[in-house]
Design a protein around this ligand. Structure first.
Ligand code: PMT
Length: 403
C-alpha cells in the first residue's frame, strides 16, 4: 500500500520535452524521489539542449532514456517495458510541439511512443510563451487530450522566460507533486463515513462576551475536503469560522463545546472514522450572566468548569477509528504520545504552534503518531498537509481492519 503523500511507492516516468522550464524538471525529480516515488526520466532530444541527462540521471538514480532506437537503453529497459512499468507518466515541461504531436497520435520519438504505448494515466504540464498557449491550435490540441482523459496540470500565469507576462508558465514542482497525490488519493476512503470537527468553540460569559481561541478552522476544513476527495461521505461539525463549506461535505454549525459534543454524539454512530481537529475550549464559565456584566470593580473573577472531552468520550464509548490532534508549544512528541494513550486513540496528529504554523496560519507540519508508528508530514499549506494525513489515516484504518 503506498505511503504518506500518496506518491510514495509509485513508479513515475517523468517526460521532459524541450523548453526553458526543463530546468524545473530537476527539482521535480528530486521532490518525487524525496516523496518516495521511483522515477525514470525520458527526454526528447531538444530537452537535452536545456538540461543534461547526467543531471537527471543523478537525481533519479536511474539511466535517462533519450532515444527510441538506442540498443543500450532498450537492453536495460525497452520502451514497451517502460510503458508497462509506469504507474503514471508526467510530462513536464510539455512544449506546444509535444502537445501537438501527442494530440495527433504521432509516435516519432521515445516520449511520444511511450505516451501511446502506456496504459498508465498521463499528466501533462504545459510550458510555453503566452501567445503560443493562447493559439487556437494549442487550445484545440489540449481539448482533444482532455477528452481522451489526459490530465492537464496548469499552466500557471506570471512572468515568462521570454520577458512577457501571462498564462504559459509550468506549474511549480510542489504543485505537480500535489496533483499526483490528489490523483492517488482518489477512492482510498470510498464507502467510508468520516466525521470531522473543526474550528474553535465559543463559551459565553454574558450576552456580549465569550471565551474562545485563535483556531480559524482551516486545518479541519482541509481535512474534511481531503476526506471527501478520497471518496468518503463527510460530515463536518464546525465551530464559528469564516470559511465556506468544502464541496461535497455536509456541515453542522455549532457554537459551544456542549453543542459540538451533542452534534458529534448524534453523528458518530453512523461513521467509521472520527477526526477531531477542533480546538475545543477546555473550560467554560460555570454560569452565564443573563445581563451584560458592568465594570464596577477593578477586578473580576470568573469561575470556570471543564467542558466535556468530546474526543475521549468518542474513543471510550464507540468502536470507531479515532484520530485526535495535539497543539503544543513544546515537548511535542511526548505530550502527543501521552494524549494518544490517555484518550485511547488510534492516531494523533501533533502540531507545533507558532512561527507561522498551526492556529490561524496557512501552513502546518505534523508529527503523526500511532501505537508502534510515527510519520512526519513536512511543512506545507494545510490542504497539502491534509491530503497526506488522509492518505495515512486511510492506510492505518484499512490495515487495522485487515489485521
Ligand atoms: O483551525 P486552524 O487555525 O487551522 O488551526 C488548526 C489547529 C491548530 C487548531 C489544529 O491543527 C489542532 O491542533 N487542533 C487541536 C487543538 C487542541 O486544542 O488540541 P488539545 O491538545 O487541546 O486537544 C487534544 C484533542 O482533544 C484535540 O483533538 C481536540 O479536538 C480534542 N478535544 C479537546 C478538548 C475537548 N474538550 N474536547 C476535545 O475533543
Amino acid at each position: 500500500m503506498p505511503s504518506v503523500t500518496g506518491v510514495s511507492g509509485r513508479r513515475v516516468v517523468v517526460g521532459v520535452s524541450g523548453g526553458i522550464a526543463a530546468y524545473k524538471s530537476a527539482e521535480l525529480v528530486r521532490r518525487l524521489r524525496q516523496a518516495g516515488a521511483e522515477v525514470r526520466v525520458v527526454m526528447t532530444p531538444s530537452a537535452t539542449e536545456f538540461i543534461t541527462p547526467l543531471t537527471l540521471q543523478a537525481l533519479s538514480g536511474n539511466p535517462v532514456h533519450t532515444h527510441l532506437l538506442d540498443p543500450a537503453a532498450e537492453a536495460a529497459m525497452g520502451h514497451i517495458e517502460l510503458a508497462r512499468w509506469a504507474d503514471a507518466v508526467l510530462v513536464a515541461p510539455a512544449s506546444a510541439n509535444y502537445i501537438a504531436r501527442i494530440s495527433h497520435g504521432l509516435a516519432d520519438d521515445l516520449l511520444t511512443t511511450l505516451c501511446l504505448a502506456t496504459q498508465a494515466p498521463l499528466f501533462v504540464a504545459p510550458a510555453m510563451n503566452r501567445v503560443m498557449w493562447a493559439h487556437p491550435a494549442t487550445q484545440q490540441n489540449c481539448s482533444v487530450l482532455q477528452q481522451r482523459g489526459v490530465q492537464l496540470l496548469g499552466p500557471a500565469e506570471g512572468e515568462q522566460a521570454c520577458g512577457e507576462t501571462g498564462a504559459g508558465r509550468m506549474l511549480e514542482p510542489e504543485a505537480l507533486l500535489a496533483s499526483l497525490g490528489v490523483y492517488w488519493l482518489h477512492g482510498v476512503l470510498a464507502g467510508c463515513r468520516v466525521l470531522v470537527t473543526a474550528g474553535p468553540t465559543r463559551e459565553s460569559i454574558d450576552p456580549v462576551r465569550y471565551i474562545t481561541n485563535h483556531s480559524s478552522g482551516k486545518m479541519g476544513y482541509a481535512v474534511a475536503e481531503a476526506a471527501a476527495a478520497a471518496g468518503a461521505e463527510v460530515v463536518l461539525v464546525s465551530g464559528p469560522t469564516e470559511l465556506a463549506c468544502p464541496e461535497g461535505v455536509t456541515r453542522i454549525a455549532v457554537e459551544t463545546a456542549a453543542n459540538m459534543a451533542e452534534a458529534v454524539q448524534a453523528q458518530v454512530e453512523r461513521c467509521n472514522i472520527f477526526i477531531s481537529a477542533a480546538a475545543v475550549a477546555d473550560y467554560r464559565p460555570l454560569s452565564v450572566e443573563a445581563k451584560k456584566i458592568k465594570k464596577h470593580s477593578p477586578e473580576l473573577s470568573l469561575q470556570l468548569e471543564r467542558t466535556e472531552d468530546i474526543l475521549a468520550i468518542v474513543a471510550s464509548q464507540h468502536d470507531r477509528f479515532t484520530v485526535g490532534f495535539a497543539a503544543e508549544t513544546d515537548n511535542l512528541e511526548q505530550y502527543a504520545r501521552d494524549k494518544l494513550a490517555r484518550k485511547g486513540l488510534d492516531m494523533i496528529a501533533a502540531n507545533l504552534v507558532g512561527a507561522g504554523l498551526g492556529f490561524n496560519a496557512d501552513d502546518n507540519a505534523l508529527t503523526v503518531l500511532w501505537q508502534g508508528g510515527k510519520q512526519y508530514i513536512e511543512r506545507a499549506d494545510k490542504k497539502t498537509v491534509a491530503r497526506q494525513l488522509i492518505t495515512l489515516i486511510a492506510e492505518r484504518y484499512h490495515a487495522q481492519g485487515t489485521s
